[in-house]
Structure formats: structure tokens, C-alpha cells
Design a protein around this ligand. Structure first.
Ligand SMILES: Cc1cc2nc3c(=O)[nH]c(=O)nc-3n(C[C@H](O)[C@H](O)[C@H](O)COP(=O)(O)OP(=O)(O)OC[C@H]3O[C@@H](n4cnc5c(N)ncnc54)[C@H](O)[C@@H]3O)c2cc1C
Length: 429
């Protein structure tokens, strides 16, 4: 039986796009709606590190691994850490200081735009509807069916069996599932982009290197990352208050003056290189950015016909660099559940009802809640290391500790192989 299910995915971010692709290649029809006017309506921000286990597995299942390899930047996997005075305490490019544990390997960088383009181009023509800003999800007004209507800014779409909210931090689908809203993470500051850094300031470009470059002071940081388009994205973040950007007295509409005032007020003791990553940023790409998160361990009671994935389900701060990876693992997990359910239950049912969808979606949610909680805890640990009284020293100590633990585990594994091997020989003999 061909699927008469009506599935809507709200949001064409990495999570929604990956889910749509995975459903479509398994002949499960869905429509994806996004508020943006088209794929180029907004610049897509910095790059993302795509982990071997989670995100890359999702890309493989999407059948897009070759295309991913063509845009992935393995050279971007290196990290540098500076003290505010300019002392380089760690440089994976030149082996200064302790490298990160091996668990950080296999995480090439990809520009958001390239990832998004690759996924968009893989979808069935017409299945991605731009210019659809969701205002609300409504239950069937007659109360006779478990179907949902989607109220967009300019139109109504009706009769969905499953609505998946992949609409990011401020999800409109989330309202129907839980009262929980994102909370301020305690971290705020600015988001800045410096285009063509090789031309604008070659020395600064060299300082950043090919990957991530952190300048870590006491609870105050400049976090920079090279993008594939020759730009460097920097975040001037520190511990602050939710309304800091409104109350700090900086006039954000006058960007050159805002850049001067911001670095003068908050980056006393940081050397010129660190400050220049903010001061030399493009005037049309420098703005305040408070960081939000959902509570660690956020979960909800399942509601038939609705679910969330990606940031809509478990918004985290970016300090463990896992957000998109968890999002894509969600997409793979939900698509796998729906695919198996369709083959084993829906296609075989004599009288199929969308109530049958409860089981696979609930199974996805249970698996996702536990996984997201693990990543959210890791994220909190890294937040405290990025914004630490002792600056980068604390981060380097953590890496050294994790490396030592990794070595201990390797040793223990080698010993257990030695113990097992003689008995195997004995059995074979
Ligand atoms: C500064 C920063 C740096 C980060 N760095 C990293 C990193 O290095 N590594 C990493 O793994 N993660 C990182 N993240 C996190 C990562 O960006 C997110 O986890 C990831 O983008 C989540 O994908 P998503 O598809 O769930 O949501 P999003 O990417 O937010 O996509 C949501 C989509 O929904 C659409 N939408 C929103 N509202 C509506 C509506 N009402 N109607 C219709 N459409 C709507 C939006 O237009 C958008 O296309 C970072 C985040 C930030 C803020």
C-alpha cells in the first residue's frame, strides 16, 4: 500500500532537511516548510564539525557521503588556545602543548551553507516550501480526528497525521507539547564575521590557523573559527546577564563605535590580536548574541501526531560543538523508526490508522531523550571550562586528564585481550 500518511516537517535546518531526505529515499512522502523566502535569504553563520559516529552516519544513510567528503575540511580539525596576553598554550598544528584526546579526531568542518545546499538539492522537487512561517499548530476543530492543521502567516494547510518540529530554538511546534521554554545560559556577548581575512590581515589570519582558535581569559573569551569561504567567525563571549545587550549602554546600530566600546569595556588585558578579531569584523556582521538553552534532561509526555527534533527538542549552547550532530542523529533515529514501522505495521494493516504512529515516534523520543541528556551534560561541562576563572589552563588540564583516561582504557583493553587470548588458544587446541 502506498503511504497515504500526511507528514509535515517544520524547518529546513540540518535536522529537518536530513529527516526529509531519509524519509523520501524510503518512499515516505513528506513536505518541509521553512519561514525563509528562499535558500539564500539569510547568511548561514559559521561552520560545523561533523562527527564520525553521529552526523557522518546520517549523511551516509542520506546517500550523500561522497558529496560531503568533497566539501568537508579535515585541515579544520585543529585547535589553538591562547592566553589573553598572546601566549600560545596549545597548538595542534605545531604540537605545542597537549593535544586533545583521540575522541576529538574524525570531526571535519563543513560550512553550514554547503551542508544545507547539499541536503536541499537532494530533496524531491516541490517538497520544500519556502516562505511558510508557522504561527501555530492547531488540532482538528471538529475534534473527530487526531489530525493537525498548520497556520502559516499567509495560509492554512490541513489534515496532517504527523507534524515534526525541526524549527530550532524558538519552535512553534513545541508549544503544543510542553510549557518549557529556552532559558538564558548565563553566557552572552557578540557574534562577528571577518571576511577575506587573508587579504584584510594576513598576520591575524596566520594567528587563527586552519581551524579553531580560542583566546581564553578569566570568564571572558574570543572564540574564532575559520570558514571555508575565507572568513573567520568570532564570538566575544563572557558570563553576563540576559539583558546585558539592552542595558550595557552600547549603541548596536552604530557598529564601528559599538566594536570600539565593546572591546574597550570587556577586553582589558587582551592583546591586540584577540581584540582585532572583533574590531576588524565586517560592519554588516557584528551583533549581540545571548546564548539560550533548554534545561538539561528536557523531556515531555508523548502526544500523538507531534514530535520535535534538533534544537527544537534539546537546544544546547555550542561549547561542546555537538548541536548539529545530535540533530542529525535525531533525524536518522526518527526516520529509521518510521521506515521500519511503515514496512512492518502500516503496510500490513488491514485498517491502517495514524494512531499506530504512536509507537515508533515514542520509541524515537525515548532514545533521543537519553542521548540528548548525555550531550547536554557534556555541553555544560565545556561551558564551565570555556568560562573559567583560570582561563585556558583549566581547559588544557581537562584535555590532559581525558587523554590519561583514554590511555588507561587502552591499557586495560590490551590486558583483557592478553587474558582472553590464552584461553582461546586452549579452546582451539
Ligand atoms: C553560535 C553558534 C555556534 C554553533 N556551533 C556549532 C558547532 O560548531 N557544532 C555543532 O554541532 N553545533 C553548533 N551549533 C549548534 C547548531 O547550529 C544547531 O544545533 C543546529 O543548527 C540545529 O539544527 P536544527 O535543524 O535543529 O535547527 P536550525 O539550524 O535552527 O534550523 C531551524 C530551521 O527552522 C526554520 N524555522 C524557524 N522557525 C520557523 C517557523 N516558525 N516556521 C517555519 N520555519 C521556521 C529556520 O528558518 C531554520 O531553517 C552552534 C550554534 C550557535 C548558536
Amino acid at each position: 500500500m502506498s503511504s497515504p500518511l500526511k507528514i509535515a516537517i517544520i524547518g529546513a535546518g540540518p535536522a529537518g532537511l536530513a529527516l526529509a531526505r531519509l524519509l523520501q529515499i524510503n518512499n515516505i512522502t513528506c513536505t518541509i516548510y521553512d519561514l525563509e523566502a528562499d535558500r539564500n535569504a539569510r547568511t548561514q553563520g559559521g561552520c560545523l564539525d561533523m562527527h564520525e559516529g553521529a552526523a557522518q552516519q546520517c549523511i551516509r544513510e542520506c546517500g550523500l557521503y561522497e558529496q560531503f567528503l568533497a566539501v568537508a575540511r579535515t585541515e579544520g580539525e585543529v585547535l589553538k588556545i591562547y592566553e589573553p596576553n598572546g601566549t600560545l598554550v596549545m597548538d595542534e598544528g605545531s604540537d605545542i602543548g597537549e593535544r586533545r584526546p583521540d575522541s576529538f579526531k574524525g570531526r571535519p568542518e563543513v560550512d553550514r551553507k554547503q551542508l544545507r545546499t547539499m541536503l536541499i538539492d537532494s530533496l524531491y522537487p516541490g517538497s520544500l516550501q519556502w516562505g511558510h512561517k508557522l504561527k501555530a499548530v492547531k488540532t482538528d476543530p471538529t475534534g473527530r480526528t487526531e489530525k493537525y492543521d498548520l497556520q502559516f502567516e499567509n495560509k492554512l494547510e490541513t489534515g496532517f497525521d504527523l507534524v515534526v518540529g525541526a524549527d530550532g530554538a524558538w519552535s512553534k511546534v513545541r508549544h503544543l507539547i510542553t510549557d518549557v521554554r529556552p532559558q538564558f545560559s548565563g553566557i552572552t556577548g557578540v557574534d562577528a564575521k571577518l571576511s577575506n581575512i587573508d587579504i584584510v590581515d594576513p598576520a591575524l589570519s596566520k594567528r587563527v590557523g586552519q581551524g579553531m582558535c580560542l583566546t581564553l581569559g578569566a570568564n571572558t573569551t574570543v572564540l574564532s573559527q575559520r570558514n571555508g569561504d575565507g572568513s573567520v567567525k568570532s564570538y566575544g563571549f563572557f558570563r553576563g546577564t540576559e539583558d546585558w545587550h539592552k542595558n550595557c549602554g552600547i549603541d548596536w546600530s552604530n557598529v564601528p563605535a559599538a566594536k570600539e566600546e565593546f572591546t574597550r569595556k570587556y577586553y582589558d588585558g587582551f592583546n591586540d590580536d584577540a581584540k582585532n578579531l572583533l574590531l576588524k569584523a565586517d560592519n554588516d556582521d557584528f551583533h549581540p548574541r545571548p546564548m539560550w538553552m533548554l534545561p538539561v534532561g528536557h523531556r515531555w509526555a508523548h502526544r500523538q501526531g507531534l514530535t520535535l527534533l534538533g534544537d527544537a527538542a534539546h537546544l544546547m549552547t555550542p561549547f561542546a560543538g555537538v548541536g548539529v550532530n545530535v540533530a542529525m542523529e535525531d533525524a536518522l533515529s526518527l526516520a529509521t523508526q518510521i521506515k521500519q514501522w511503515k514496512q512492518n505495521v502500516w503496510d500490513k494493516a488491514t485498517n491502517p490508522s495514524s494512531a499506530l504512529l504512536i509507537e515508533p515516534v515514542r520509541a524515537y523520543e525515548e532514545e533521543m531523550f537519553a542521548r540528548a541528556e548525555r550531550y547536554a551534560n557534556e555541553t555544560m561541562m565545556y561551558l564551565d571550562l570555556f568560562f573559567h576563572e583560570r582561563g585556558g589552563v583549566a581547559m588544557c588540564e581537562q584535555f590532559a586528564k581525558a587523554k590519561a583516561e583514554e590511555k588507561e582504557k587502552e591499557k586495560a583493553a590490551a590486558v583483557s585481550v592478553e587474558v582472553i587470548e590464552p584461553s582461546l588458544v586452549a579452546v582451539e587446541a
